[in-house]
Ligand binder design. Structure first.
Ligand code: C6P
Length: 420
């Protein structure tokens, strides 16, 4: 089929229509805040949950609640089946080669800490280097700093340009024989930049260096195919992709996970325990100590089904149009400067207004029913790079509308009226 094929066009149209009609699946979005219809533009912090996710978790607690991998009784087997079924859904969602490469964690932060501890313990020694970028969230900085401190290793940083893109020509020299791992964000939470992850992975692999990708801000917006990216680790949180808090996924290539020691000790991660010696369980359970967030995992499965139904490519297209619209509108507001103007962006509009502190912008917008995040967004080095203490950040999801963008712009006019 070609792009001009009427069948393709009709399919595309239907996909977009489905997105446009999905807002009523999100009960929280129906409310008013301060007497105004809620405009929820804080999706990068956490997204709202469709009824399907809420129902799936309710169903689990009402009818299946039981511990997994332990009991021979009916409920335990049913809960185990539901939970392990989610691993299969995650495998398809991110095109992993094997369910054993998918580890349930609390979220992106825990996933990265797991790799820093376990990979770090196995492979990093004094004088080695870890390479990150200047646009990382603290979750992809601090665990590596802690590791470097403990091991006497060195943290190196890929600089970013004035548009908020990685300085790609600096990368080859930063990938040295001492580099043990590159850890890079797929999409920046503070700038919205979509990084050329596939290209970065290829550059690192040419020198035999594995790559961890922080996918926290990517999975809700773009189709992720870990085999195509060829990354060695990929981390994300369910709560940013319309699932619940407290659960996420670490993808890791089996060849690395096999060589890495367990992160935490406890139930489920062992094969046998004596006081003399403990042997460990197979993948992925070796990395899953203790009772997990079973209900949360089931919610993640429902979120994946929901996203599959909408179609990730259609979501990307819809959000791209919304971001373009919002960018044009905000640039017409006097005194506004956008922080992060990369060619490839997803879902995030970070900005400052001349003479007005971002917190004051956020407070007045809240009075108008518009929820945005203000502050450093757990990315203080990005703020330092752009010479600002903080930004105001509107972040979008597919349930947002152009009408909401108009309300947001109108609220910014109020900000100027009151404080400008
Ligand atoms: N960013 C934001 O408002 P957790 O908290 O583990 O679910 O995700 C951490 C994380 C890691 N990487 C990136 C790129 C992120 O954006 C986040 C979370 C939120 O931007 C909360 S600080």
């Amino acid at each position: 089929m070609t792009a001009s094929d009427p069948t393709t066009l009709t399919e595309e149209f239907h996909k977009l229509l489905r997105i446009a009609g999905c807002r009523h699946h999100f009960p929280l979005l129906r409310q008013s805040v301060n007497g105004k219809p809620l405009v929820y533009f804080d999706n990068a912090a956490t997204s709202q949950k469709p009824q399907a996710v809420i129902d799936a978790m309710m169903r689990y607690y009402e009818a299946e609640n039981s511990n997994i991998h332990r009991g021979v009784h009916y409920l335990s087997e049913r809960a185990t089946q539901s939970y392990e079924g989610v691993r299969v859904k995650v495998k398809a969602f991110m095109n992993a080669a094997d369910t054993r490469e998918l580890i349930f964690v609390r979220g992106t932060t825990e996933a990265i800490n797991l790799v820093a501890h376990s990979f770090g313990r196995a492979f990093v020694k004094a004088g080695d280097e870890i390479l990150i970028s200047g646009m990382e969230h603290h979750s992809n900085i601090v665990p590596w700093q802690m590791l470097c401190e403990e091991r006497g290793a060195v943290l190196k940083v890929i600089p970013i340009t004035d548009t908020g893109e990685l300085q790609m020509d600096a990368v080859p020299a930063l990938l040295t024989p001492k580099t043990k791992l590159m850890a890079i964000t797929h999409v920046s939470n503070a700038l919205g930049t979509v990084n050329p992850v596939k290209e970065l992975v290829a550059m690192a692999h040419e020198k035999g260096i594995p790559v961890l990708v922080d996918g926290a801000q990517a999975v809700p917006h773009v189709r992720v195919d870990v085999q195509d990216l060829d990354c060695d680790f990929y981390a994300f949180s369910a709560h940013k992709m319309f699932g619940p808090t407290g659960v996420g996924i670490l993808y890791g290539k089996k060849k690395w996970l096999d060589q890495m020691p367990p992160y935490q000790g406890g139930g489920d991660m062992i094969r046998s325990v004596t006081f003399a010696r403990t042997t460990y369980n197979d993948l992925p359970y070796k990395f899953e100590a203790g009772t997990p967030n079973i209900g949360g995992g089931i919610g993640l499965g429902a979120a994946i089904e929901y996203l599959n139904e909408l179609n990730m490519d259609a979501i990307r297209q819809f959000e791209h149009d919304l971001l373009t619209y919002a960018t044009e509108k905000i640039l017409a507001v006097p005194g506004v400067r956008i922080i992060g103007t990369a060619k490839e962006k997803a879902g995030v509009l970070s900005f400052v207004m001349e003479g007005i502190h971002p917190h004051d912008i956020g407070t007045i917008l809240d009075v108008e029913g518009v929820a945005i995040r203000t502050g450093h967004h757990c990315a203080q080095p990005v703020m330092q790079r752009f010479g600002v203490p903080a930004t105001a950040r509107a972040s979008f999801a597919f349930y947002n509308t152009k009408e909401e963008v108009d309300a947001f712009i109108k609220a910014l006019d109020k900000v100027r009226e009151v404080l400008g």
